[in-house]
Ligand binder design. Structure first.
Ligand SMILES: [Zn+2]
Length: 139
């Protein structure tokens, strides 16, 4: 993905497999921090590429705009992304826009959380949970 250097505004292309590591800006050599916020999934291909290449556990939040508990979960998911920066990557899948992914993983109740590790499903749970529970899935 493209990440903008905070010191010189250079756009740096970071491979999906390396979002969790600190890199260096190609122009000014300043450090680019590991990603610390959820990534909105834009396509199944992008989703698959991240899952297949990740070197850390991936937490996926399946949500929808009309879902009240999803709105309550959102800041918690963001907090997990921040707290786990460098050790995990957090994805958000809008089940209205990404219906193919929702169907593939048989998402019925949302919010629905999946954890992938080494390209495989490690856990899946529906319903609103606390930050501590989400972090437990990633350990
Ligand atoms: Zn820079």
């Amino acid at each position: 993905m493209i990440r903008v250097c905070s010191s010189c505004a250079q756009k740096n292309r970071i491979p999906w497999s390396h979002l969790h590591v600190a890199g260096r800006c190609g122009r000014c050599k300043e450090e680019i921090e590991p990603i610390d916020r959820p990534i909105d999934v834009k396509s199944s291909a992008q989703f698959q590429e991240i899952i297949d290449n990740a070197e850390v556990p991936i937490l996926v939040d399946f949500w929808a705009a009309w879902c009240g508990p999803c709105r309550l979960a959102a800041p918690r998911v963001t907090e997990v992304a921040s707290r786990r920066a460098g050790r995990a990557v957090v994805l958000k899948v809008d089940t209205e826009r990404m219906q193919d992914l929702a169907a593939r993983f048989q998402i019925q109740g949302i919010p629905n959380f999946m954890v992938f590790e080494d390209g495989k499903v490690k856990s899946q749970q529906a319903g609103l949970v606390d930050v501590g529970v989400m972090e437990g899935w990633l350990d």
